[in-house]
Ligand binder design. Structure first.
Ligand code: PAF
Length: 283
């Protein structure tokens, strides 16, 4: 039976009981508008833990664009239904007041160069907002493991660094990107695409697959130029960035170090809807 909590105190009481029974806790933080990508995280948490907790909270402080926040999809009934069907034990849907009471002192985290490139460069303040809310959830839920998707590649690097900075023992589990049958990476934002945009959107993955294929023969500069040309050909897409970076430092790779590990990351707009995706080139 899935239990739904809105208040930290009640959730804490329930989790304390479970901890006393030596139950392990897996945690999946989400902003709702759930899709199969989120559900795959719950599935994995269910497999690896006695209890799975999923939070649904659209975190206002991680949105640098207020319009994006206002338009962020809300589907609470279907979220609860999907999570119950998947056998998620506990759903936590807090209010803003619960998460950010006036008495709470908001931390300021620094992630060095991890936050100055790609998403960090184009979304100032975003990763601090993510770090603040994730730390708050970690304090509330105190899970053994927490699950994050590789679609948000940079977010994962930030979370791992956060865990290191705060000296937490929570195990961060990275989970593969879940795609639609046509290759589009699943995202809550996909629901905002018009029919024609949705039809065109899988082109992102098509281009990324071609990048991976060409990575052996083209230089980094050639690959970047080729990719920009491909995306610019598509009238409905407006590229924000395309970078080929080290999966550890997130710094751009060069011809000398690219074989030690590189991932191609892309962000683009379809109208006002921002989509991101990535593909590992060398590992
Ligand atoms: O990836 C997300 O959905 C959010 O950034 C997260 C981790 C739930 C924090 O609000």
């Amino acid at each position: 039976m899935t239990e739904v909590f809105n208040k930290i105190e009640a959730l804490d009481e329930r989790l304390s009981e479970l901890r006393k029974q030596h139950k392990t806790i897996g945690f999946v933080p989400t902003m709702g508008a759930l899709h199969k990508g989120h559900i795959s995280l719950i599935e994995r948490s269910n497999r690896e833990n006695d209890t799975s907790v999923c939070s649904v909270f659209v975190n206002p402080i991680q949105f640098n664009n207020q319009n994006d926040l206002l338009k962020y999809p809300h589907t609470p009934e279907s979220d609860i239904e999907m999570l119950s069907n998947e056998g998620c034990d506990i759903i936590f849907i807090p209010s803003r007041e619960q998460m950010y009471p006036e008495s709470l002192k908001l931390e300021n985290y620094h992630f060095g160069t991890l936050e100055t490139v790609m998403e960090g460069k184009f979304r100032p303040g975003h990763f601090n907002g993510v770090a603040v809310v994730v730390k708050r959830f970690f304090d509330i839920v105190q899970p053994n493991k927490a699950y994050f998707g590789l679609k948000d590649f940079q977010q994962l690097a930030i979370i791992k660094d956060l865990v290191r900075q705060i000296g937490s023992k929570i195990e961060i589990v990275e989970c593969g990107i879940i795609r639609e049958v046509d290759g589009l990476a699943m995202s809550s934002r996909n629901s905002r695409l018009s029919a024609i945009q949705r039809k065109v959107a899988p082109y992102i993955y098509e281009v990324l697959l071609a990048v991976k294929e060409k990575a052996g023969e083209m230089s980094i500069e050639e690959l970047k130029a080729w990719t920009l040309e491909q995306i610019n050909r598509e009238d409905l897409m407006k590229i924000e960035y395309f970078e080929i970076v080290s999966p550890i430092s997130l710094m751009p790779v060069n011809e000398q170090n690219k074989h030690l590990g590189s991932v191609a990351c892309i962000a683009l707009y379809m109208d006002e809807i921002r989509l991101i995706d990535n593909i590992i080139l060398f590992l």
